[in-house]
Design a binder for this molecule. Structure first.
Ligand code: SF4
Length: 329
């Protein structure tokens, strides 16, 4: 079985965009590969954040992942900062990472633009990503298209390190492109994101889901019920593709193009499908929420499991890089 690594930032509660864009795929992958899924809190602190709530958000994200269907019997779920070898390998890889490439990363340029004072951690973000994956010699990394540039840099870092310290030591990880179109927020403008307030939370109740969906953006050409629309440019149809059956999707597209129904009818069907699909997750979420110690124990076991691999890699990397072994007590 190939080893898969993927991470998610501790943004708090999961939303539909996280689920369709990544987590649903992770739930499938855990049945096919050896999967390591990580809440990447060290990545989160490269941008302005609130220290008082970071721990809480990390626990909430882990709770959400388990509720969404990650099964600790099939995969390993852990928190990045609980495995200090991520930080150590990050430093060791900075010695081979190409500065020019780091500065050219689109995400770095976007995020740096929005900050008055740019922390070095933001520039080094892709090196920490490389450390996350290479620490476990993971072969496959599920990513969206927006992460492909970072993955290519990760492969370059692996090649450079291998060239200098050990041919073939680190496998060059391959992208496993997530098979879902990018889901926009309810405003139909930007990516679904908690900070933009345009999300539907994965564990929200049926009434809240419907109230949020009702005013959501559609094809602007459908001003009245009689106007035909184009499902290909409608975010509601993109979400239908995540929750409705192929037959329902065909029917939605037909009725949209022929003005056979109103957008509210279309959204009602979508709301019903979302509510039905999320019901078991909402139940699991309530159970995990009521027992945070259980979630903490799962995270502790996960970190213990992956540290066995991480320590071995770090010991080998240190030796290949010529660092003096510490004396035993
Ligand atoms: Fe979008 Fe459905 Fe309205 Fe068509 S009918 S524009 S797919 S919400």
């Amino acid at each position: 079985m190939a080893r898969v690594f993927s991470g998610i930032q501790p943004s708090g509660e999961l939303h539909l965009g996280n689920y369709l864009g990544a987590v649903r795929n992770w739930v499938r992958l855990q049945d096919q590969h050896e999967c390591l899924f990580c809440v990447v809190d060290l990545h989160a602190i490269t941008q302005p954040y609130e220290p008082a709530t970071l721990g809480e958000r990390t626990l909430e994200m882990a709770t959400g992942l388990l509720a969404a269907g990650l099964d600790p019997a099939k995969c390993t779920v852990f928190v990045q900062s609980h495995v200090p070898e991520h930080s150590e390998l990050n430093w060791l890889l900075t010695t081979v990472a190409p500065l020019g490439e780091l500065e050219r990363q689109t995400q770095y340029k976007d995020k740096a633009q929005r900050q008055e004072s740019v922390p070095a951690g933001l520039l080094n973000y892709p090196i920490l990503q490389a450390a996350d994956v290479l620490l476990y010699k993971a072969e496959l990394v599920p990513v969206g298209e927006d992460q492909l540039q970072h993955l290519e840099l990760m492969r370059e870092i692996a090649r450079r390190w291998n060239h200098r310290f050990g041919a073939g030591y680190f496998p060059e990880p391959q992208a496993l492109l997530t098979p879902t179109k990018r889901v926009l927020g309810l405003d139909g403008q930007a990516k679904m994101s908690k900070s933009l307030g345009n999300t539907i939370g994965l564990f929200e109740d049926a009434d809240t889901i419907w109230e949020k969906l009702k005013p959501a953006a559609t094809d602007p050409a459908r001003v009245t019920r009689k106007d035909p629309g184009n499902p290909d440019i409608c975010n509601i149809f993109t979400i239908h593709q995540g929750f409705s059956t192929p037959a329902q999707q065909a029917d939605v597209a037909h009725k949209c193009r022929t003005a056979g129904w109103g957008c509210l009818d279309c959204k009602r069907l979508l709301a019903d499908n979302i509510i039905a699909a999320l019901a078991p997750m909402r139940e699991r979420h309530a159970r995990y929420r009521a027992d945070p110690e259980r979630v903490r124990a799962i995270l502790r076991d996960g970190a213990a499991r992956v540290r066995v691999i991480a320590r071995k890699t770090i010991t080998e990397v240190r030796a290949r890089m010529g660092l003096l072994e510490a004396a035993e007590d």
